[in-house]
Write a protein that binds this ligand. Sequence first.
Ligand SMILES: Cc1cc2nc3c(=O)[nH]c(=O)nc-3n(C[C@H](O)[C@H](O)[C@H](O)COP(=O)(O)OP(=O)(O)OC[C@H]3O[C@@H](n4cnc5c(N)ncnc54)[C@H](O)[C@@H]3O)c2cc1C
Length: 857
Amino acid sequence: MDNNGSQKKDFDVITVGAGMAGLYMLHKLRAQGFSAIGLEAGDDVGGTWYWNRYPGARCDIESLDYSYSFDPELEKVWQWSERYATQPEILRYLQFVADRYDLRRDIRFSSKVERADWDDSTSKWRITTANGDSLTCQYYVMATGCLSLPKEPDVKGVERFTGQTYFTNRWPHEGVDFTDMRVAVIGTGSSGIQSIPLIAEQASQLTVFQRTANYAAPANNGPVRPEHREKLNADREAYREEGRWSRAGVPLPRSEEPYSSVNLEERQRRLEAGFAQGDLLTINSSFSDLVTNAAANESVQDFFRDKVRAKVTDPKTAEDLCAKDFPLFTKRLCLETNYFKTFNLPHTKLVNLRRTPIASITETGIDTTDESMEFDAIVFATGFDAMTGAIVAVDIRGRDGISLKDVWEEGPKTYLGLNVHGFPNFFTITGPGSPSVLSNMVVSIEQHVNWLTAAFEHLRKEGFQTIEATSAAQDGWITHVNDFANLTLYPVANSWYMGANVPGKPRVFLPYIGGVDTYRQACNEVVEQDYLGFEQCGTSGSRCNEGVIRFVKPDVQMVLDAIAGLEQPPLDTLSPIQAREQIEANTANRAPGPEVGEVLDGSLPGPAGSLNYRLYRPATAGPHPIVVYYHGGGWVLGHASSDDPFCRYLCTQANALVISVNYRHAPETRFPAAVEDAFEALNWIGNNAESLGGAPNKLSVAGWSAGGNLATVMCQLALKQGGPNINGQLLVCPVTDCDFSTASYNENAEGYILTRNLMEWFWNQYCKAEDRKDPRASPLRAESLVDLPPAMVVTAELDPLRDEGNAYAAALQNAGVIVEHIQAPGQIHTSLTAVDMVTSANDVRQAMSDAVRAFAK
Ligand SMILES: Cc1cc2nc3c(=O)[nH]c(=O)nc-3n(C[C@H](O)[C@H](O)[C@H](O)COP(=O)(O)OP(=O)(O)OC[C@H]3O[C@@H](n4cnc5c(N)ncnc54)[C@H](O)[C@@H]3O)c2cc1C
């Protein structure tokens, strides 16, 4: 039955938009036996490729990749004529798809959706269009596109111009002939860069108004590359699957090598090869760190700028065309064909709006602060209100009438970029919080459509009517999306990825940058865990596996993955000597930590022989406050220099003399030998503070893990024994008790480097069972903590020692001690001290060094 013009008013699914996403959604829904209709504002299918008909409009992902993969037969019957197909060809393709699967009969065109209201009593959405249609559905899907709502030009006087005005994203279907016209183009983003060379071919005079210069690589367009076609044809499914599990949705090898790890010659070779390849992704994939390492990025920026200088004859114009305001790749790289060379033509001129802004558009042209220019036509290539614009343009009201626009006032909130808490059965295809615009979008569209239609199928089978993200799951996902973005240079740029192109739009990173592969994995795991974080409800009850899909910080996860990749035996299955060797080998290539003024190795007299120490002195003038530092390693592993990067960090950031001391290790010497050594070292350093270059009476202690245990035990002993005077204690993931029954031991028993087995192994090496309750081993069990020095206690969420650390912080507080307590979410036992490796802990580390500074005041 044809839904297009029929009187049918209630559907299982209503999809808004008949672009690539809407078309595939309809096809898939129909195949699964759902009643469905598409509502489309335009008068035909195609979406992006229906609206953007400007000269030079093309895709920038190669057409072989930028095409549907859901039907192998479709892939065989459609052949692309060019590497990067033109807009007319892509539109023909989408029309071909609509015909082939007879989709138009279920699409109502010229139907702009204006309003959508959730009705809790019927568990349905009511959808209202500008034509006055009112339809209901169980599931409401916005396939309205990430780049579909044109951004209003924010230039004064647009309405005054009496010549012809064009917008690249709403181009006349009959085309435009610019022959003999004086044309202005405002905007040099992707659409500007594509259209300017072709407009210049016709116009008698072309003036380009540029606010921000963009990085562009040559498209090197031509026929489809034979080797590309051969690769696809050799094993179509394997090729597509590789794309689905790639970073950006295109099968491409990805380098694991940082930019600085290869020599100059090799760098240049890779950059030239990537540039000559003529695509968006190869250069970025040639090194592992171009979007995370500012110095590497800067160096490749220079490479791009030199290419512009080589192409553009006039040096001033060339300089103006060089992108300088944002890191490379943090806005979508443009592909150009004759763009830069167009500025060598005598009738083409560039106006740098940073130097001479537009004062106003006038009846006859454009006035800048510098001159008045007359034009016959103005072309606005000013882009889109990206990712959220088309969604919030509809007045969407969820549970209790809450407005999506209000909920998103400070930035979009979604779970997986698919659903929003408070809006049951409402979905976005390639919504904010999903890879979307950072990917080959067909791959992301197919993944979302497949995920959603499988979810509808699941709900139908299980007898549920509604599905909705929980608030906790959504918050967790938003945190994860931001954590990933913050590892990169993307948030630095004023890009449309950040919403920065639209005045008043919140500055929030909109897509998910973790990669198509990582994202797909997360979505799959949500399903495997019975739709983790989704509440599923039906007439006979509801079900919810509450939880957060990604709670480990992304950079911590990378470290965990790297360690897992080593396939080493667990430390607790080794002898202590083997365990020490394994740890030494693993730390050999870690990030070194910051430069300090001086590093000195020395020894001091201990109770049973001399103890080595390593002293870190700031480059600033002394005397400095002293921090006596006790290293981690479960009283079994490590040494004075084993926490070297963290000691360097504390030294430079807290401007303190950090002295990391050795203590005797178990099992060779067991408790209380380590305590005795640690205390002797503390006394010796206190007594020799001045000769070491330290400020007298400015002595604090710090330690991580077992070292945290020793640090606070020192505070307890010093108090009992009348000295030395300790100003403060920094305890990072400290061992404070011998109780293995805490929730954190159970939750993280197998998890994150420090396992329950390993911790038990450490205790077994260190301390006889009958001694463990001694407060010198379990300082939480001390009779009193009153009068201990001020403390900063830092605990990590995913650490078996979390709860005992938290308990110790609480006990100190109860005893009247000044305590700053940080509980670091998503961090593990080893990540807080991993300077320059785990940047998500930078804030916590900064707080630690601030605390150490404060101890000395
Ligand atoms: C010039 C240009 C080039 C691009 N090139 C590439 C590329 O090479 N590779 C790539 O991966 N991506 C590219 N993109 C991104 C492109 O948008 C996606 O690849 C893809 O076409 C999006 O399909 P879609 O169906 O999700 O959205 P769209 O194609 O944007 O379709 C959304 C549809 O929803 C309709 N709609 C919106 N709101 C309403 C409403 N309220 N009521 C009714 N209908 C509504 C719109 O009219 C539109 O037809 C490009 C985008 C542009 C603008």
